[in-house]
Design a protein around this ligand. Structure first.
Ligand code: SF4
Ligand code: SF4
Ligand code: SF4
Length: 294
């Protein structure tokens, strides 16, 4: 599962970066869906179907959007992964910043509702990534293309041609990128679970996600290894709890547990009476016996 998640995220990231960098029209023709499925652009376009699909995906499977679809999240994962090459188990459980998250979400909603979208884009993930991609990645891509064009023309080849390099917002994009890289290098998904308004909204939905990382308390020996690899700092290993609100479904924890006690799964009787009774109630509603009655 984790390998599949990483592969999908890598494909999504490459496609979105190419969409922003491409000047031939191929990206716009074939990769427009990568932008259309982003949360804030979908709301801005009033694309109810896209929003409904993303909401349903989150309610069922947790913040998959944050691990596979959002390019800003994937960019932070790349930085965090590079930092983890030096020290793999580098995180620790932290309490959620509920008040800050709520205030930022309300400010964001106020800005968007008040028509101040340019201000909202300063803290919203797609606007931030778009600024970085269009003003930093794309100029580098074009610069590389122009080098190839010069070289190929000298060799009598016209396969590449020079293009204009535009980077009017590079300074602001560079500031945003430096801050983001610093936060991801130091604290993993800190931006996602402290500032991002989309992450806060999706976190509310994912609290009761049907499928999510769960700890089998009968197997867990509270060693804390899962908490130290969790880039969202949302695993409280001493209490054997995972804060589903902040979990970005990276699935790193599921491959690290020496007891095989943590897995991305449906609820079951091993999760205790609360989850078991929920499951039993669901079974009775459907007119079926619960597992415990079989
Ligand atoms: S929390 Fe925000 S920035 Fe982070 S992955 Fe989710 S949507 Fe993207
Ligand atoms: S790594 Fe496994 S055994 Fe250790 S605290 Fe986490 S769930 Fe428990
Ligand atoms: S709980 Fe597991 S899946 Fe969720 S963010 Fe932490 S390491 Fe990733």
């Amino acid at each position: 599962m984790r390998k599949l998640r990483v592969a999908l995220a890598a494909l999504m990231f490459a496609a979105i970066v190419f969409f922003f960098c491409d000047f031939t029209g191929i990206g716009a023709d074939y990769l427009g869906f990568t932008v259309r499925c982003q949360f804030v652009p979908a709301i801005m376009r009033a694309s109810l179907l896209t929003v409904a699909i993303l909401v349903l995906l989150t309610v069922l499977f947790g913040r998959i959007y944050c691990s596979v679809i959002c390019p800003l999240g994937i960019l932070q994962d790349i930085v965090s992964h590079l930092a983890s090459l030096r020290k793999k188990l580098r995180f620790a459980y932290r309490r959620g910043k509920t008040l800050i998250r709520a205030v930022v979400l309300l400010i964001f909603i106020g800005l968007m509702a008040g028509g101040l979208c340019a201000w909202g884009a300063l803290i919203e993930p797609y606007g931030m990534f778009g600024r970085i991609a269009a003003n930093l990645f794309a100029p580098c891509y074009r610069w590389g293309n122009n080098l190839l064009a010069d070289w190929s023309q000298k060799a009598g080849n016209t396969l590449f041609y020079r293009v204009e390099i535009l980077a009017s917002g590079a300074a602001l994009a560079a500031v945003v990128l430096v801050i983001l890289v610093f936060l991801a290098w130091r604290w993993g998904r800190f931006y996602c679970n402290t500032i991002c308004p989309v992450g806060t909204f999706l976190g509310l939905l994912s609290r009761g996600a049907l499928v999510r990382p769960r700890i089998d308390k009968s197997r867990c020996n509270k060693c804390g290894k899962c908490a130290r690899i969790c880039k969202a700092s949302c695993i409280n290993s001493s209490e054997q709890k995972i804060d589903a609100d902040r979990c970005v479904v990276c699935l790193n924890c599921t491959t690290q547990c020496p007891q095989k006690a943590i897995a991305y799964r449906f609820p079951s009787k091993i999760d205790g009476p609360r989850e078991a009774s929920k499951q039993a109630a669901a079974g009775e509603k459907a007119g079926e016996p619960s597992k415990g009655e079989v």
